[in-house]
Write a protein that binds this ligand. Structure first.
Ligand SMILES: [Zn+2]
Length: 103
């Protein structure tokens, strides 16, 4: 998966299309991510002891990683991501728009 936790992404599909946010969680095995402020859902919850109040809570839901594009921190564009190997053998991501290494 080419999106990771703490990346800034642009939503390109779905009801939050056009929003930007930081990736809070990434689940590569499900190809899903959670992005700050994106894909809010309302959840009805019952009280569970003193810590949790009953009511409707809003929180972000997971969205498919295919709905977002990485925003390149170097050129500030939604970037198609490529991979390359550094001289020391590390595999890093790079932005296909400006060619800068992202990691
Ligand atoms: Zn770039």
């Amino acid at each position: 998966m080419n999106i990771r936790k703490n990346d800034t992404v642009l939503v390109i599909a779905g009801k939050d299309k056009g929003k930007k946010g930081k990736v809070r969680f990434a689940y590569p095995e499900n190809k899903r991510i959670m992005v700050e402020g994106v894909n809010f859902i309302k959840k009805h919850s019952k009280a569970q002891g003193a810590a949790k109040q009953a009511g409707i809570i809003e929180r972000e839901a997971l969205l498919p990683v295919s709905n977002v594009m990485l925003l390149c921190s170097k050129c500030n564009k939604p970037a198609r991501v490529g991979f390359r190997f550094l001289a020391d053998g590390r595999k890093v991501r790079f932005c296909r728009a400006c060619n800068e290494v992202i990691d």
